[in-house]
Design a protein around this ligand. Sequence first.
Ligand SMILES: Nc1ncnc2c1ncn2[C@@H]1O[C@H](COP(=O)(O)OP(=O)(O)O)[C@@H](O)[C@H]1O
Ligand SMILES: [Mg+2]
Length: 237
Amino acid sequence: MNRQSIKVENLVKNFGKGDSLVEVINGASFEVNKGELVALIAPSGAGKTTLLMMIGCVEEPTSGTIWLGDEKVYENRWLTKETRKIRREKIGFIFQAHYLIPFLNILENVTLVPQTNGVSKKESEAFARELLDYFDIEDKAESMPSSLSGGQNQRAAIARALANKPQIILADEPTAALDLKRSVDVVKMLKKIALDQDVAIIMVTHDEAMLPLCDRILKIENKKVVSTEVPKKSHIL
Ligand SMILES: Nc1ncnc2c1ncn2[C@@H]1O[C@H](COP(=O)(O)OP(=O)(O)O)[C@@H](O)[C@H]1O
Ligand SMILES: [Mg+2]
């Protein structure tokens, strides 16, 4: 069975043209397997968000190849007109801020994308309640985001990212707004999701304490991506 979930070959991303050309990624090649939680680290401005957005079919690369699961989605151009559909069906996004929709309750936030994908109200709500239960916020289903704590909102946002049963989760500094204990909880949860649901997860982080909880580290170095081992777990984790 094919274990690879994300495969990137010779990816290039430039912004601008001529004198204002900025090369961000120049020949990145790497893979992430199903069930893997991979940290993506690099200094600010090195292209972490840009890389996630290309894998997530949001930002168009300059050239290269991207496979998501068995589907080649990009080879020097998008191979489908329906990048939005790929995004909705295959990918779950988690951001630093939770970006829950403020005028929808938690259950409505979590069921929005599956319902857009054609899943019935009944089925999407049943699965959303399972997810909220898994994240210990089932009693918040009818609450508005503004009445939840930061950690609860971030867990709701992770539930939302899982609601469309994605093969891939792209998380951009998901713990940046959380304290150490809540960050550890969130990252451990992501690892459990990767294992339980065979999802490939890339998590951008600036927090070195999170690295031992991941399976592997991808670093952007010299506009390319290199893979390294994680440091050993420290006693606080
Ligand atoms: N839409 C854009 N137009 C021009 N330059 C951009 C755009 N988006 C990002 N960049 C540039 O690309 C580089 C990488 O940005 P980004 O991916 O946000 O880095 P990181 O997430 O690692 O901090 C930066 O130099 C940034 O200024
Ligand atoms: Mg960024």
